[in-house]
Design a protein around this ligand. Structure first.
Ligand code: IVH
Length: 682
């Protein structure tokens, strides 16, 4: 998924035909953040996207959202470490950004608890990588990452290299055989700077920030190197204890536990956190930390406000995403002023023209910023941004810079802002469609900028994945007249390329192999590469299951498109239009004649399951899925009115999925029943 696609989701309305693409975007961001330790967009934007989906789900109870990323913590655990299940899930926190949000949180606590006294414990939100430490009979026996919240990676050997993670913790003294601690692995800011200075001297790539470095370092398969990374841990919670909570000391309060942990030799919020009697006191304490955080020796991205009493915490419980007894208060990102000297425009592959602010280079949070996306016209107008203004740049989440506001007091001699009227690449007139924030160049056939972006997208990792044909090479090949459009990728004159600076037999052979290999890609990759609006990985896979030859889609009626999983009326129209446009069909025939695969898996149209969509819930069964497909059936992703059969592990549990299936008139079966009914399967 490309960043621009995610930013498009932030800018567009959610509806039933794009709902699943929104979910995929959120899942992608979760995967990036929790598994790859990469932050793609700011926390604020992440929250906007999360809340958009959540609100839509609330307003549309008819949509099955039980597996939505809003209901789950991040999905998918990828690693070469052993996977371990967390006995108690490692949840996220819900976020707040200002005093009002905190007051709302306090109101919800009051309502939940009823007429009783309560207090909060407020502590820094350490910006690192979460960890679960299991102590049995006082010994550290296992350390795991958060992973997807239910399963993490076993990184015990690495954790033993982290300062303040004790090999032995005397929990027996407190009456417990087993204790699981939750904490954050971080790197001290000045040690981080020193590491980077040393790396620079050795000619190594410098680290981006403390959070990603902490997270990455925990996953290195070399404990000596892990030790070099200056990792240390803050413990912030008790995950669980045995004997169960209710019989020992650690059941009292967060403030007491923080003190106990510190007495046992762990590093905790002792001396940093505070017990607060009122929400006003909480707000004042959060503000105090916001002021001093820049000078604090560790990166913290906010405060965590927790009900202090553990009994009250237990009585409130949690959603599947976050505990109800705690909230994160996120600090505003660091802002820096600079001068905006120009607004340039970039044309994307779909013709969307994005304004980009060119600013006088300014260092924000350790990174030099020169250009910043302005997203769209409305964003510029609502912030009243004009060329010549002094603007504030923030790097929210320390990654993507944004212009937050203009310093009106510094404004001199500026002219009103006006969006360009014609495409900067082909001079065609721009249009803005109803309900959209973006201006577009509608010259889809000959606009050079769109053409370049289309080729880049076609060859990219998520689409045809052509090894050796990256963005810069495509740009150069176009400049040199070596390629002009998508088909010309498959008609390269390698002798001409050899004449270019920097190209040798070996690099040409690699490129040739990459291009040749892409010819036999699975059909769904080509579907993605065509760049049809709304056709990402999941949608392309759904579509590819429908036909054994891509051009069979030419004959599809709107009704047939709508009958496909996750395809709503708008999407159906866009697919119908695509497969009726002459230039698109010409492109496909041309690619086919050049050897690109347009065939999918053979579909058994006479099989007993042909035309039936079967959905599994709560489990997957790859073997059975293969058999279903061999009998002409389709395995769907989500339960909908288009589903024929829902396969569950157990029937009659009264689960919401089962109820919904019955409401839709979908047949519900167990695996055994299904195999009996379609006896040729087993
Ligand atoms: S309490 C059920 N306290 O923030 C979650 N979390 O956004 C209870 N974090 O993954 C978490 N400092 O790794 C808590 N003082 C603190 C924290 C903290 C950092 C992290 C934690 C969690 C993330 C949630």
């Amino acid at each position: 998924m490309l960043l621009v696609d995610i930013l498009n989701f932030l800018n567009s309305e959610i509806n039933s035909s794009n709902y699943s693409e929104f979910c995929r975007a959120l899942e992608y961001l979760n995967h990036k953040y929790y598994i790859d330790a990469e932050q793609v967009i700011s926390d604020y934007d992440y929250d906007v996207l999360f809340k958009k989906i959540e609100k839509f789900e609330e307003e549309h109870p008819e949509i099955d959202s039980s597996e939505s990323p809003t209901k789950l913590v991040a999905k998918g655990a990828r690693s070469s470490f052993e996977t371990v299940a967390h006995s108690v899930p490692m949840l996220s926190l819900s976020n707040s950004y200002n005093a009002e949000d905190l007051i709302d949180f306090d109101d919800s606590i009051k309502k939940e608890l009823g007429d009783v006294d309560y207090e909060y414990y407020v502590e820094p939100k350490f910006d690192g990588s979460s960890i679960a430490l299991l102590y049995e009979n006082n010994n550290l026996v296992r350390a795991a990452t958060r992973g997807d919240g239910t399963k993490g990676e076993d990184i015990t050997a690495n954790a033993r290299m982290v300062k303040h993670i004790l090999q032995v913790g005397d929990f027996k003294k407190l009456g417990y055989d087993t204790v699981e601690l939750r904490g954050e692995v971080v790197i001290n800011k000045s040690k981080f700077e020193k590491m980077n200075e040393a790396r620079e001297e050795q000619g190594l790539v410098t680290f981006q920030n403390t959070r990603n470095t902490a997270s990455g370092s925990l996953r290195i398969k070399d404990i000596a190197e892990v030790k070099n990374r200056n990792l240390e841990a803050f413990i912030y919670n008790i995950g669980f204890v045995k004997p169960e909570m209710g019989s020992g000391d650690l059941e009292k309060s967060q403030s007491f536990n923080i003190e106990q942990l510190s007495k046992l030799g762990f590093q905790s919020a002792q001396g940093l956190g505070k017990t607060c009697k009122t929400i006003e006191e909480v707000i004042a304490f959060c503000n105090e930390w916001e002021e001093k955080r820049a000078h604090y020796e560790y990166d913290i991205d906010g405060m965590v406000v927790k009900l202090n009493s553990i009994q009250q915490q237990l009585s409130l419980g949690a959603t599947s995403h976050h505990p109800k007894w705690a909230i994160a208060y996120k600090f505003k990102a660091i802002e820096k002023p600079t001068k905006l000297f120009n607004i340039e425009y970039q044309v994307g592959r779909t013709g969307i023209v994005t304004p980009v602010a060119k600013v006088e280079p300014v260092s924000v949070g350790g990174v030099t910023v020169r250009s910043v996306s302005l997203h769209n016209e409305d964003n510029i107008l609502s912030k009243d941004i004009r060329i010549g203004d002094i603007v504030f740049i923030e790097r929210a989440g320390d990654v993507i810079p944004q212009i937050t506001r203009v310093d009106i007091n510094e404004r001199k001699n500026v002219v009103d802002f006006e969006y360009i009227k014609t495409c900067p690449s082909c001079a065609s007139e721009l249009i803005r469609r109803d309900g959209e924030a973006a201006w577009r160049c509608v010259n889809t056939t000959t606009c050079p900028a769109q053409n370049l972006e289309k080729i880049i997208y076609f060859a990219s990792k998520d689409a045809m994945n052509i090894n050796g044909l990256g963005k810069d090479i495509i740009k150069r090949f176009i400049e040199e007249g070596i390629i002009k459009d998508i088909p010309s990728i498959y008609q390269l004159n390698y002798e001409e390329i050899l004449k270019l600076d920097g190209w040798k037999e070996k690099s040409i052979e690699n490129l040739r192999q990459g291009i040749e290999a892409s010819k036999s890609n699975e059909m769904h990759r080509l579907l993605i590469a065509l760049g049809i609006d709304g056709v990402g990985n999941t949608m392309a896979k759904s579509l590819a299951k429908k036909v054994s030859y891509l051009l069979d889609f030419k004959e599809y009626t709107i009704d047939q498109w709508v009958a496909i999983d996750d395809v709503g009326p708008k999407m159906a129209q866009s697919l119908f239009d695509f497969f009726h446009k002459e230039e698109n069909l010409k492109l496909l025939y041309k690619l086919e004649s050049l050897g690109v695969n347009l065939k999918g898996a053979e579909i058994n149209t006479t099989g007993i399951l042909y035309g039936k969509q079967i959905v599994f819930t709560g489990f997957r069964n790859p073997e059975l899925e293969k058999k279903i497909e061999a009998l002409g059936g389709e395995v769907g992703n989500t339960l909908s009115k288009k589903t024929s059969i829902l396969i569950m592990k157990e029937k009659g549990s009264g689960s919401s999925k089962e109820k919904k299936a019955l409401d839709y008139g979908v047949e519900v079966m167990t695996v055994e029943e299904f195999e009996r009914e379609y006896s040729s399967i087993s």
